[in-house]
Design a protein around this ligand. Structure first.
Ligand SMILES: N[C@@H](CCC(=O)N[C@@H](CS)C(=O)NCC(=O)O)C(=O)O
Length: 244
């Protein structure tokens, strides 16, 4: 099963290659450190992928609020934005919030990049081709990261932290499980070229993703399969503790 899981995640990455691997602009080029952006999304959504890719390529960190089908967090999304639709980006720096993936990507490049969006080239002609590839990438994952299995957003948990590269097939497996388990997490992007890679090396000892930190238990670990086992064991069973 692990082989099939890895192979289909590689296929999803290949369909989107080279998106979500390299920094187009690094955080070193910015004069100020923006407050982390906030993204309501779910992993299987092809539109959300386009936004996550842009965040990674712009070397931006963000708080991820998974709102997979069945997540109680959807109520909050509706309250904030007016409707249950993802992606939904909140930018506390500009006091802005917006729906629509293409608008969000353009916004991100306008405010945090020095170039036009990466998909303004061949991937953009026609734009539908870009969306189509993203749909196929989601299809390759056979519905993973679409449904909330355990409503952990009802619990009072500190956000987990994930050192992440959007295009990595191993990171995808972890994000899918975080999404299905309804866990809020802080994404620390480390695309190739990001200075944050040094921070990862300082904390974990090597430059490898995914790397998960769980401040609720003091756990920090590499290796996607081990991270998934940890998440399933710790958060994969519904509990009634600390419910809001
Ligand atoms: N044109 C929008 C389309 C967004 C969209 O259709 N999102 C779907 C998920 S892929 C959604 O929010 N569905 C509501 C739901 O899952 O209940 C965009 O590019 O952002």
């Amino acid at each position: 099963m692990s082989f099939v899981n890895d192979a289909s995640s590689f296929l999803a990455s290949a369909l989107r290659y080279p998106r979500g691997f390299d920094a187009v602009v690094t955080r070193a080029a910015r004069r100020t450190h923006p407050k982390p952006l906030e993204l309501f999304e779910f992993e299987a959504c092809p539109y959300c992928r386009k936004v996550r890719e842009a965040l990674c390529e712009l070397d931006l960190d963000y708080l991820c609020y998974p709102v997979a089908q069945g997540s109680p967090r959807r109520t909050r999304l509706k309250r904030l934005g007016g409707k249950v639709q993802v992606p939904y980006l909140v930018d506390p720096n500009q006091k802005t919030a917006l729906y629509e993936s293409d608008d969000i990507v353009a916004y991100l490049y306008r405010h945090y990049g020095s170039e036009a969006p990466r998909d303004s080239g061949w991937l953009r002609i026609p734009g539908l081709f870009n969306d189509g590839l993203s749909f196929f990438a989601s299809a390759a994952r056979l519905g993973r990261g679409r449904r909330c299995r355990v409503p952990n957003s009802r619990r009072r948990l500190k956000p987990l932290e994930l050192f992440n590269m959007e295009g990595s097939p191993y990171c995808r497996k972890v994000r899918e499980v975080l999404c299905e388990l309804d866990l809020e997490y802080f994404v620390r992007n480390v695309p190739r070229g990001s200075p944050q890679r040094e921070e990862l090396k300082r904390i974990g000892g090597k430059i490898q993703v995914p790397f998960l930190i769980d401040p609720n238990t003091g756990t920090a670990m590499y290796e996607s399969d081990e991270i998934i086992d940890y998440l399933e064991e710790r958060y994969g069973v519904a509990t009634s503790d600390g419910e809001e």
